[in-house]
Design a protein around this ligand. Structure first.
Ligand SMILES: O=c1[nH]c(=O)c2[nH]c(=O)[nH]c2[nH]1
Length: 300
């Protein structure tokens, strides 16, 4: 009598680093991706008896990533991921679901059109497409978008108990590394959104809301950022943030006989703390939309 059974499982090649150059005369274009494939379906036998009959090798999934970059090009992270996901499900009967994750690293041009690039110092773009033979689920997002407001941030009026030592503040630095994942309403029917334009729009909305919000808490700022992304276009129904509160503490200058007020005319000096950090997380939804983005968003 068996005492165990197989639960959720998936397999594939993780972190296929693929760089595609498109040559347009002397002007080259670069796409730099890290692609991870995860397949699932009728995989009981390989776990129970070791029969590999249903197992398309992870090596093959890696080869497919590179071959597709050659054969189809990389129009966008989302489109490339959707092509791959559909390929695995539609070409292998035993594979019922494919999930493709993409990290995209940005490159800026050095000195105008040509073949020289410098890695962007800003965020990493993320995309994840899952396909089950009928519907696509497209998540996209970004991580490591570091932002800072040097004022227009307060934090006061909070709950207190006998362990509370935090002083209320009416003028502080608000800084975070934005990590966001959003879900597209598109599931395969009708025209797909313009992935690149929507990404740029969503990033711009987040930055603008961060800059424009007079903040009483990072939670409030985060909600405004998500609301702006959802309200400014129809493509995105749900967005999830994970925001570390990158604390900046006013240095105590009293031992040196110096003041250090936030609004002093000669400017304050802060200690940028590394850890621990507050971690503020939430999902913001269009009215009527379902919450479907996994809570453990940092896994994506
Ligand atoms: O914006 C903030 N939200 C908090 O929940 C919190 N908690 C804390 O100690 N500082 C802050 N700041």
């Amino acid at each position: 009598m068996p005492t165990t059974r197989l639960g959720q499982n998936q397999y594939g090649k993780a972190e296929c680093r693929v760089v595609k150059i498109v040559r347009d005369g002397a002007t080259h274009h670069i796409k730099d991706l890290n692609v991870s494939v995860a397949l699932s379906g009728e995989m009981e036998e390989v776990h129970y008896s070791g029969s590999n009959a249903n197992v398309l090798p992870t090596d093959t999934t890696k080869n497919t990533v590179y071959a597709f970059a050659k054969e189809h090009g990389i129009a966008s992270a989302e489109e490339f991921a959707a092509l791959l996901a559909r390929h695995f499900v539609s070409s292998q009967e035993q594979i019922h679901r494919a999930r493709i994750r993409v990290e995209e690293y940005g490159w800026d041009r050095i000195g105008g059109p040509g073949h020289s690039f410098v890695r962007t110092g800003q965020e990493t773009r993320l995309a994840q497409v899952a396909y089950d033979g009928e519907r696509y689920e497209v998540l996209a997002g970004l991580k490591d978008l570091t932002v800072l407001n040097s004022t227009d941030s307060e934090f006061w009026g909070f709950a207190k108990d006998k362990y509370t030592t935090l002083a209320e503040t009416h003028d502080r630095i608000l800084a975070t590394d934005v990590s966001a994942r959003w879900r597209y309403g598109w599931t395969g029917s009708g025209d797909a959104p313009d992935w690149d334009a929507t990404y740029a729009r969503a990033k711009g909305d987040m930055l603008q809301a961060f800059a424009e919000t007079y903040s009483l808490s990072l939670q409030q700022t985060m909600f405004r950022m998500g609301t702006r992304v959802i309200e400014q276009g129809p493509e995105i129904d749900e967005i999830r943030f994970s925001l570390p509160n990158n604390h900046h503490f006013l240095v105590d200058m009293e031992p040196f006989g110096l003041g250090n007020e936030a609004d002093a005319p000669d400017g304050p000096v802060y200690f940028a703390a590394d850890r621990p950090y507050g971690l503020i997380e939430a999902t913001i939804l269009r009215d009527g939309a379902q919450q479907l983005i996994p809570l453990d968003v940092t896994l994506l």
